[in-house]
Write a protein that binds this ligand. Structure first.
Ligand code: EPU
Length: 416
């Protein structure tokens, strides 16, 4: 199993090109099932998760080809409606195929994802939303099963804001008969990007970017031709790397507004941020100041940056309170950071981070994608060598991470 060896203590300086967003690419890849034909997706990050999603589509009968970051998906020959447990258990986002299969074929057999490393992560909203649109779904032997489904317009209000369920119901509604009203939807850029891609191929969606959507079903859609938006979490992770190492990084090919909540926190912690229309330059302080953070759905501070922000605060002067209100148990990085000398006390879903003067390199273990990113940040700022095990988690969500970090001065090496 590959490991990453990082020798820390160097400020990072230079330019980092930011890749396409994993969490925007995955639902758009699923949406290619909605229309028969050849779809072209550009700026798709080459990651384990996009490869896994390609596998899911291939199992359904699609043909998927990558040429660099251009992904061509021919969904003409899709002839299966089953997404098996073996794949869904490795990537929860596989559940995105559910609505497109129901919309196009009136049937689906999709494994329930089960738990995840940091908690239950239910899919009840996906199911009750689809049921509100006329889909009778059964749970059979661990699978969500729909037969003879005819999606019809309905009204569904989310009691919890959900990125995944919003994307799922959008995909169901665009081909449903009649009009669907979705209330209290997620407005994450990834969700809006899916909506934009659907509108460009003929869907009728009103209110994109707002909390309420009205979707008028259409009979058919044209194939998708879309460019995936920049990855705001990758960009924010590099911004945190500049902040934490006292470096200066220019992040190119970004939409600054997509990670403004993180940039503001880094400014509050002492970084200087220069914003351009499609680039951001972050200059870190000699030592960050403590800040308090509460994660929220977009446009709030993203839960996907909670672990990385804890790493920044681990070295700050003063005590920071980092609260995750989206996922209450997403703290598997805390004991690993403690092995590097961080002083963090968990009180329920709040991490009390008492900044220390120094972190020390240590052998640590990656437990999930963003937890791994926090260990990389800590390793970059620590004294000595950090050896991170199980980095396949990182490969799920950061395209050529060690290459990008190496190019801006990090001493980082993948050991096979
Ligand atoms: N929730 C429910 N019921 C549901 C769905 C969600 O109660 O049916 C709850 C969740 O338990 C959570 C909250 O709603 O408390 C928000 O979850 P959401 O559905 O928004 O999360 P998701 O769609 O499963 C996506 C990203 C995650 C990111 C979250 C929150 C993708 C593929 N995944 O997950 O990304 O943390 O939104 O922003 O888009 C990552 O990239 O590392 C990652 C985990």
């Amino acid at each position: 199993m590959d490991k990453l060896l990082i020798t820390g203590g160097r400020p990072l300086e230079g330019t980092v090109p930011i890749s396409g967003a994993k969490n925007a690419a995955l639902p758009i890849m699923a949406a290619t099932l909605l229309a028969s034909g050849v779809h072209t997706l550009r700026n798709v990050p080459r990651l384990r998760d996009t490869r896994t999603f390609a596998r899911v589509l291939e199992l359904l009968g699609a043909k998927v080809a990558f040429d660099g970051n251009v992904c061509t998906i021919d969904s003409t020959g899709v002839n299966s409606v089953e997404a098996p447990y073996e794949l869904v258990k490795t990537m929860r986002a596989s559940i995105y195929v559910l609505a497109p299969l129901l919309a196009r074929f009136g049937a689906a057999r999709v494994s329930l994802p089960g738990g995840c490393a940091w908690g239950p992560r239910p899919v009840n909203l996906h199911l009750s939303g689809l049921q509100a649109m006329g889909a009778a779904l059964d749970i059979e032997h661990g699978y969500i099963v729909g037969r003879d489904v005819k999606l019809i317009g309905g009204r569904f209000g989310f009691d919890v804001v959900s990125v995944g369920a919003t994307a799922q119901l959008m995909m169901a509604a665009v081909l449903a008969q009649g009009t669907t009203v979705l209330e209290n939807v997620a407005v994450e850029p990834d969700v809006t990007a899916l909506g934009d891609a659907l509108v460009a191929c003929g869907a009728r969606i009103e209110g994109l970017g707002s909390r309420n959507l009205t979707i008028h079903g259409v009979a058919t859609l044209k194939p998708i031709d879309a460019t995936i938006i920049p990855d705001r979490i990758e960009a924010a992770t590099f911004a945190a790397a500049a902040a934490m190492t006292g470096g200066r990084l220019r992040l190119e090919r970004v939409v600054p507004a997509h990670f403004e909540a993180v940039l503001r926190k880094l400014e509050e912690a002492g970084s200087t941020v220069e914003r351009a229309p499609d680039a951001v330059t972050v200059t870190g302080p000699s030592r960050p100041r403590a800040v308090n953070v509460v994660t929220q759905p977009f446009p709030g501070f993203p839960t996907d940056m909670q672990a990385q922000m804890i790493a920044v605060c681990a070295l700050a002067s003063g005590t920071s309170l980092i609260e995750d209100t989206v996922y209450l148990d997403r703290f598997t990085h805390v004991p690993e950071l403690a092995r590097m000398g961080a002083s963090i006390e968990l009180r329920g879903n709040v991490a009390v981070v008492r900044g220390v003067d120094r972190l020390y390199g240590a052998p640590v273990m990656a437990t999930d994608l963003r937890a791994s990113a926090s260990l990389v940040l800590a390793g970059l700022a620590a004294n000595g060598d950090t050896l991170i095990d199980r980095i396949y988690h990182l490969d799920r969500g950061y395209e050529t991470l060690e290459k990008k970090l190496g190019a801006v001065g990090a001493r980082i090496e993948r050991i096979s």
